[in-house]
Design a protein around this ligand. Structure first.
Ligand code: ATP
Ligand code: MG
Length: 443
């Protein structure tokens, strides 16, 4: 600890801290070699300046479970302005509650100041008419910070330099039994923040945990509170569940709880129509493909999910605009399909725009007129549109031949591509193409 740190320690009032006991990380299977060096640097820098600092939340949970953490968050008693002074590249973000983002190259570490909540008198906590907590920014001790977190297994604090693990809420016991348990009174905690219900379903699927009965029971009667969540926040949660690697199971659970229909009312309504079965099947394949990609460390985009979620609703809306030129009908159908969703989940324009591009390329991918195959191949959205065609072919086997044609076309030499296009043109001239939509063709 440097001189300034020592001085600060000496003048800081001694805080009452009921300790969780010092558990050695090593003794409970926490492999600290999996912690990136910059995460260690963030903690060490705060320590050297005389502050308390720990790795916290999801990363400690994942290390205890032997999983690779997605990101490493740090919790400290340093205030945001104090954190900022300690790091060269540090930005304070968040209006309601300031959090520091410390950057090392491409890695960003979220450093937040201990907060208190649960025991704070209610008059300090601004609430909405439905009981949602609106203001959540009272600083506190590490222990208070632990009790305002959602689940016991998300409330570990780990000092990697001393190999000390703090468990104030009984998380280790729950890790052992793979139980997801809400800290405090679940009904009250869901009322404070209904998004915790979505988080419970996501973590249970992602971590292979059982939701403890007391934490699970209130969900059925409290799910309607999710209607009061701002669409922008709901989008962030939807994005997290898509990226959790177990989205198929999460969506299945959301449907079983009747939450899916609250988040995606128009999609749910479409499921009840004649084309509903195809739409449900497409979503199933889409989620399974997404999970495989995530588990293989590949990227996914909400735009692709959006394209799949709304493909059939968009197709049936197209019929409403059949008197318009095709490109206008496509625009109108897309806008109407998005409008239904945007009431509950606000999706950034860049994603709706990309989903639209994926849809718009489907028709040219099917028709392959003239020089179109060459042009599409150079389109920056080709890969997504082709992947989308493969997805559609999983539901509609008559598209498989077309999908295979595109697979071969990409892999072929220039001369082979030319002969594929020549063959295609001959077939199109014979008009057989129009009937089959190209499916089942050979090169
Ligand atoms: P993931 O690996 O999916 O990111 P995570 O546990 O890190 O999981 P985050 O959403 O990144 O989840 O949140 C970080 C931590 O912040 C959580 O572990 C939890 O302790 C706390 N937290 C997040 N959201 C809430 C919430 N709505 N209520 C209470 N605590 C929360
Ligand atoms: Mg996280």
């Amino acid at each position: 600890m440097n001189l300034l740190g020592k001085l600060k320690r000496a003048i800081q009032p001694k805080r009452k801290r009921s300790h969780s006991g010092h558990i050695k990380g090593k003794a409970v299977g926490l492999d600290k070699t999996a912690i990136p060096k910059h995460a260690l640097t963030v903690v060490k820098t705060l320590h050297k300046a005389g502050f308390e600092a720990y790795l916290v939340g999801g990363c400690v949970r994942d290390l205890l479970l032997g999983k690779t953490p997605k990101d490493f968050d740090v919790s400290t008693d340093a205030k945001p302005e104090q954190i900022k002074k300690l790091f060269k590249t540090c930005y304070l973000v968040g209006r309601r509650f300031r959090i520091a983002h410390v950057r090392f190259g491409r890695s960003v570490f979220e450093v937040s100041t201990f907060r208190a909540n649960n025991d704070a008198p209610d008059n300090k906590r601004e609430r909405s008419e439905h009981g949602l907590v609106l203001n959540d920014n009272i600083y506190g001790s590490v222990e208070e910070d632990a009790f305002r977190r959602d689940f016991t297994i998300n409330a570990f604090y780990y000092d990697p330099h001393k190999d000390n693990l703090l468990d104030f809420t009984g998380g280790l016991q729950d890790i052992k039994h793979k139980t997801l348990r809400m800290i405090g009174d679940p009904t009250e905690r869901y009322r404070e923040d209904p998004v915790r219900m979505l988080r419970a379903i996501r973590f249970a699927a992602k971590l292979g945990c059982e939701i403890d009965a007391q934490s699970e029971t209130p969900i059925a009667k409290m799910k309607s509170l999710l209607e009061h969540i701002a669409p922008a926040r709901l989008f962030l949660e939807v994005e997290k569940l898509l990226h959790c690697g177990h989205s198929f199971e999460v969506i299945e659970q959301l449907q079983a709880y009747g939450i899916f229909e609250m988040i995606f009312p128009t999609v749910h309504a479409h499921y009840a129509t004649e084309e509903g079965a195809g739409a449900r099947e497409l979503l199933g394949y889409l989620l399974k493909n997404t999970d495989k990609r995530i588990q293989a460390g590949k990227s996914t985009t909400p735009a692709f999910f959006l394209a799949g979620l709304l493909w059939f609703p968009r197709q049936s809306l197209l019929a409403q605009f059949e008197n318009h030129p095709r490109h206008i009908a496509e625009d109108k159908a897309a806008e109407k399909a998005f409008a239904g969703l945007l009431k509950t989940v606000s999706i950034p324009k860049r994603f709706t725009g990309r989903a639209k591009e994926i849809w718009t390329l489907q028709m040219p991918l099917e028709n392959r007129r003239g020089k179109t195959p060459y042009k599409i191949l150079n389109n920056p959205r080709f890969r997504a549109a082709y992947d989308f065609l493969l997805l559609r072919a999983q539901v509609d086997p008559s598209l498989q031949g077309l999908a295979d044609w595109w697979t071969r076309f990409q892999e072929s030499s220039d001369s082979k591509r030319k002969s594929m296009c020549d063959n295609l043109r001959k077939r199109q001239n014979r008009k057989s193409f129009q009937k089959t939509g190209g499916a089942g063709e050979e090169s």
